[in-house]
Design a protein around this ligand. Structure first.
Ligand code: KMH
Ligand code: ZN
Length: 279
């Protein structure tokens, strides 16, 4: 049987504004509501960015803790915090996102142009984030925006700064990132260490084309408003669950089953579900 597809939702992001879409979940309750709908639609992992009361991106550990706790009560989703935050966030703030009890955290393996700014990820920060993740038993997801980041992952593994099981997310198709082509995806897959899992996040128009390629290759898929606001039909998504449903339809077409959150924990080798939410 084909490995069930783990669908991650990047529902909020750090840079999106209400001007771009009225439907982006910004408050704790909006995030919980959309996460619940996404789980019903077939998603099992929430990539978490949080906002303050004014709707501005923040790394505030208190808001992260509160949101995680509401997600735990209302869904069974795996919770992955963003340690990337927004362009320009300080190292101290980004380290502060790693609160106890998280399942996973994103970890970008190099610096890159992002929008009109630079998303800075110097080696000492990456090392500090990894050390803190290890101490708190939080699994890193390597965010790969460009090919050289695969070699940097090899370096971390060689130096025993990162340990198995490994989970990679290929974030392709944004301006300044590696393009979302089959050739590039196959190259990245060829550079994965043995038994590593991979997921893809296609940016903008690449959201669904890259998802289709990953589904065919046994990888997993990230979808959500952080990556692209539009459905396959070209219409603005009115919820993240609509984007999830489009990915589920692509998986069905290829005969790929959809993972539940509990199955996803097994696939990603995360500790088994201990919570109470049943939806
Ligand atoms: N907002 C970007 C600067 C992540 O979540 O780890 C960083 C980002 C990547 O979104
Ligand atoms: Zn993010």
């Amino acid at each position: 049987m084909k490995t069930p597809l783990v669908i991650t939702v990047a529902g909020t992001g750090a840079e999106l504004t209400r001007k771009q879409s009225l439907f982006v979940p910004l408050t704790l309750l909006q995030i919980a509501e959309q996460a619940q709908a996404c789980q019903k639609a077939g998603a099992s992992l929430w990539h978490l960015h949080v906002r303050d009361v004014a709707g501005k991106s923040t790394c505030d550990p208190k808001i992260i803790r509160q949101t995680m706790s509401v997600l735990r009560k209302s869904t069974q989703m795996i919770v992955q915090v963003s340690t990337g935050g927004a362009v320009g966030d300080s190292e101290k703030d980004r380290l502060g996102t790693l609160v106890s009890g998280l399942d996973m955290a994103s970890l970008t393996l190099g610096s890159i142009n992002f929008g009109d700014g630079v998303f800075l990820n110097p080696t000492p920060l990456i090392q500090k984030l990894l050390v803190k993740m290890r101490r708190k038993n939080i699994r890193p997801e390597f965010e790969i925006f460009d090919a050289g980041m695969m070699d940097f992952a090899d370096y971390l593994i060689r130096k025993k700064l990162a340990e198995a099981p490994f989970h990679y997310n290929f974030v392709l198709g944004g301006r300044g990132f590696l393009a979302a082509t089959e050739t590039n995806l196959d190259f990245l897959i060829s550079k994965l260490p043995k038994r590593a899992q991979f997921c893809v996040a296609g940016i903008g128009k690449a959201q669904f084309s890259l998802a289709e390629m990953a589904i065919a290759r046994g990888g997993h898929v990230r979808v959500g408003m952080e990556d692209g606001l539009y459905l396959r039909s070209g219409e603005l998504a009115q919820s993240n669950a609509e984007l999830v449903r489009d990915v589920v339809a692509l998986a069905k077409k290829q005969g790929r089953p959809i993972s539940s959150p509990v199955q996803a924990r097994r696939i990603l080798q995360l500790p088994i579900w201990q919570g109470r939410a049943s939806i």
